[in-house]
Design a protein around this ligand. Sequence first.
Ligand code: G6P
Length: 475
Amino acid sequence: MVAHRAAPILVASNRGPVSYTLGENGTLTAKRGGGGLVSGLSAIGPDAGAVWVCAAMSEGDREAVRRGEGDAQTRMLGIEPDVFAAAYNSIANSVLWFVHHLLFQTHLEPLFDEDFRQDWASYETYNAAFADALAEEAAEGATVLVQDYHLSLAPAMLRERRPDLRIGHFSHTPWAPPDYYRLLPDDIGAQLLTGILGADRAAFLTHRWAEAFAACCADVLGADVGHDAAGEVTVTHEGRTTRIGVHGLGADADFLRERSHRDDVEERLAALRSEIGPGRRTIVRVDRTELSKNIVRGFLAYRQLLTEHPEWRGRVVHIAFAYPSRHDLAVYREYTAEVQRVADEINADFGTADWQPLLLHVKDDFARSLAAYRLADVALVNPIRDGMNLVAKEIPVVSDDGVVLVLSREAGAFEELGDDSLVVNPYDLRSTARALHDALTMPTDERAERTKRLAAAATALPPEQWFLAQLSELG
Ligand code: G6P
């Protein structure tokens, strides 16, 4: 029995701030993660008594739970492996992620059969485990910030257990428009929406996603969409009103500028420079190997650039870091292979004895990513759809000599960075190839001006403020 810690502030997310690896000799190694939530929470400090509830995602994590590892600020839930796999892999990452990123039909056929219904029951169990833990940890009247599509049902479940709490939900993904959302079975689509509406406030990264959520509530639930006195959108359903907010998470300028000048980054910068060769321009992309990131079409657009503008052959290098992601899912493993295959093809077709047109690296290395950010002449961020895309925000902040951002209009970052980017339709190879050419030929002073404005827009709401704003909106 875990002691009641009476936390005044709680965060709940699937992936927690720490993960464990179990060595062969039984030793556990802890790895701390970064990201907006970690920096946000650090703003309120360790003495605030905040508690972060997260899921054990691996055998190492589950062993850590069994051994009672960890600190008082983190409560990792040792959810049954089968239940976790069904909730995380089958529902969250193969259904909900696919709906919100419009990935069905292109990468998977939607099929909602009896297996799906069983997985759904696990998703409910998983959400209930979070609601139970939060209800147990929270002080009277505490504020709880529930994160993302893994935990869509938890707000309503938690409200049932603890009506005294102030509950916020934050979506880090896009939200599907109603016509696409209706692809979900009616009862499931409705349950997800009423789950989130269990919060006092549901927040999103952009106005576009917030409006889509409200539109789904009106369309699927027949909810009333209006405005409150402060001008925030409201959704009223079955007598309860939920406010809909927008907080566009920005880049952490102080952290990035300091981190990107440490020795390990300088070392990698030198190594990258020698890999690229002297005098060559660079197009950089950094992603998880994620279907929605549109890496293959990005490579094909680069191929088109080299075909239509042979003058760039030997004078430009495309640096692509594509880090492993969600490899439990076959469709992600296949996509990773496809990314490698297309990169190899481009190198075989265009490469020469002293020029490799595309450098693909797949081993996750944050210091090397920062080095590539610093030297990029052009940054390519072309997702099919993306909640925000922080890479688009981070690159202009650390750029050494200015960078031109080629940005998909379907990335959340477009809302704030669109004016100073070269904007592309992510499916359109010709427009992407042209944007790459225009970016490579942009005059230096224009590029510098744009970089300055991009960096300012990108850092308007750093993680700490982003986090504090959500807390203060909940009172
Ligand atoms: C997105 C989601 C996050 C998730 C991250 C990495 O940004 O919004 O909730 O943590 O992807 O995905 P993973 O499945 O590895 O946690």
